[in-house]
Design a protein around this ligand. Structure first.
Ligand code: SAM
Length: 262
């Protein structure tokens, strides 16, 4: 059996727990969802702040303890299940999600939440520091990649707090960071065909060391030569994907869409 198969590194620093709750800016009347409440270190604080709290925990043993401890509070509801498979729309809208996410599934669960962005007002999420470095990376930084583009396209992202590994038991090898994600009412850039946009983005980063002209071979017939340079939508394809901003990717995708739409 894997060690700590459910990413169970419990937060033991109460000051940090309090800090996280403050940074989540829970407003009166707004529903809160906690993913992976574990031994309840955040739950016990959230239950005081939130008018309603739904907690989703996968581990049956922890779920039983949580139900025993908080089950009598009318505003609290525990769901024993997988947060990566949960239908968040069933909870209505305006959700504020707070979570110290399990490492093994952190990116997966975050993407699932972004999928339900219309139901969500805010997400306050703790993830591995190196994942947060990728989420917040700007063009030209080595951590910048398709995950950065995906999250920044859909959400405003703010780095809120750095948390050392000593704040957890058992102590993980790596540090964590807390981020705030606010789903945008409209994507950050205007894109005619989002599916094509993300196909281009994923292709552009497929081989990180390769130039765009090699990663974007599927669209080779649309390339043109200008001043001795291979270009698409005016973008020099000798560049690497990691140098392109969201606006550049939108220009590429909208140009390809116009050329290929029947
Ligand atoms: N919130 C607690 C804390 O801060 O100490 C626990 C955080 S611990 C990093 C992650 C928690 O998520 C564990 O309680 C684990 O059992 C739970 N978990 C793991 N995978 C899950 C999943 N797919 N859905 C819901 N909960 C999950």
């Amino acid at each position: 059996m894997r060690k700590r198969p459910l990413g169970q590194n419990f937060l033991i620093d109460l000051n940090i727990a309090q800090n996280i709750i403050q940074l989540a800016h829970i407003q009166p009347g707004e529903p809160v969802v906690e993913i992976g409440p574990g031994k309840g270190v955040l739950t016990q604080l959230l239950i005081r702040e939130a008018d309603s709290l739904t907690a989703i925990e996968l581990d049956p043993r922890l779920s039983k303890d949580l139900q025993n401890r908080f089950g009598d509070t009318p505003s609290f509801k525990l769901i024993e299940g997988d947060a990566a498979k949960f239908d968040y729309a069933s909870l209505g809208g305006g959700l504020n999600v707070v979570s110290n996410l399990p490492y093994y599934a952190a990116t997966h669960i975050m993407k699932k939440l972004i999928h339900y962005r219309n139901q969500i007002r805010s997400m306050t999420l703790m993830l591995q520091k190196e994942v947060v470095d990728r989420l917040t990376a700007k063009p030209g930084q080595k951590e910048y990649g398709s995950l950065s583009v995906y999250v920044q396209y859909h959400c405003e992202i703010e780095r809120l707090l750095e948390i050392p590994n000593t704040a957890f038991s058992p102590k993980p090898k790596i540090d964590s960071s807390l981020i705030g994600l606010t789903p945008l009412p409209q994507p950050k850039v205007q894109v005619e065909n989002p599916k094509l946009f993300f196909k281009l983005v994923n292709s552009a980063f497929f081989h990180k060391r390769k130039m765009l002209k090699n990663n974007l071979k599927d669209w080779e017939s649309l390339f043109n030569e200008e001043n001795g340079k291979t270009r698409l939508a005016g973008i020099d394809l000798n560049r690497r994907g990691e140098t392109l901003s969201l606006e550049d990717f939108a220009d590429l995708a909208n140009h390809v869409h116009t050329l290929t739409a029947a």
